[in-house]
Design a binder for this molecule. Structure first.
Ligand SMILES: [Zn+2]
Length: 208
């Protein structure tokens, strides 16, 4: 199965090892490896020397683009409350499949806010996978499509909104995972409870 993951933009060429300087053009190659996609950032010279000629698939990478390296800014701003991106990073780090739908919603939100740009949409082992780039840092986020049904959207949106509002405190052990976080109706809710859902179901990524 494909892993969802985050792959940061490199600060040096993956082929020759030379550090990128600010505003330098670099080239990103995605390789399809057994467990996941592997990212390789290379400098202009290495791109032309080693990768630019010939068919892409013969060189082993399945996707390619180029960008401009920006040196990271000095750390300044204090950490604020949970943002959609910080929440997505924590969820991916936790790597718990129950959060795959939330990760999908968060990535869509970030794309709508123009913080994320979709670079690739691929199918691996029958599963749709989205590769997003964080526009400022160049980090790559591999996001799995949970194949949400329309009637599941409202519950996932509700979970995401609650995580954003209250912060994310991952369970300390799997045994303590809350059964109510997966979109299950609260005990005791009857058919009148279900009638409240469609109010926000029409737009999967409007939750803020
Ligand atoms: Zn190089």
């Amino acid at each position: 199965m494909t892993d969802w993951n985050i792959q940061s933009r490199a600060h040096a060429c993956g082929a020759c090892g030379r550090a990128f300087h600010d505003q330098e053009h670099y080239h990103t190659l995605l390789f399809d490896e057994k467990a996941s996609f592997r990212r390789l950032d290379v400098c202009q010279a290495c791109w032309q020397k080693q990768f630019s000629d010939g068919a892409r698939d013969r060189k082993g990478f399945i996707s390619y683009w180029s960008g401009i390296y920006e040196a990271p800014p000095p750390p300044s701003e204090p950490i604020q409350k949970e943002t959609a991106e910080s929440l997505l990073r924590k969820i991916i780090e936790l790597n718990d499949p129950q959060y795959i739908p939330a990760g999908y919603i968060l990535a869509a939100m970030l794309e709508r806010k123009r913080l994320f740009k979709i670079k690739e949409e691929l199918v691996r082992d029958g599963q749709r996978v989205f590769v997003y780039e964080q526009r400022l840092t160049g980090d790559l986020f591999t996001i799995l499509d949970p194949n949400l049904q329309l009637n599941q959207l409202a519950a996932v949106q509700h979970d995401v909104a609650a995580l954003l509002e209250h912060g994310f405190n991952p369970p300390t052990s799997p045994a303590e995972a809350s059964p109510e976080s997966a979109g299950v109706s609260a005990p005791g809710s009857d058919e009148t409870g279900a009638a409240q859902l469609p109010a926000q179901a029409s737009d999967p990524i409007s939750t803020t």
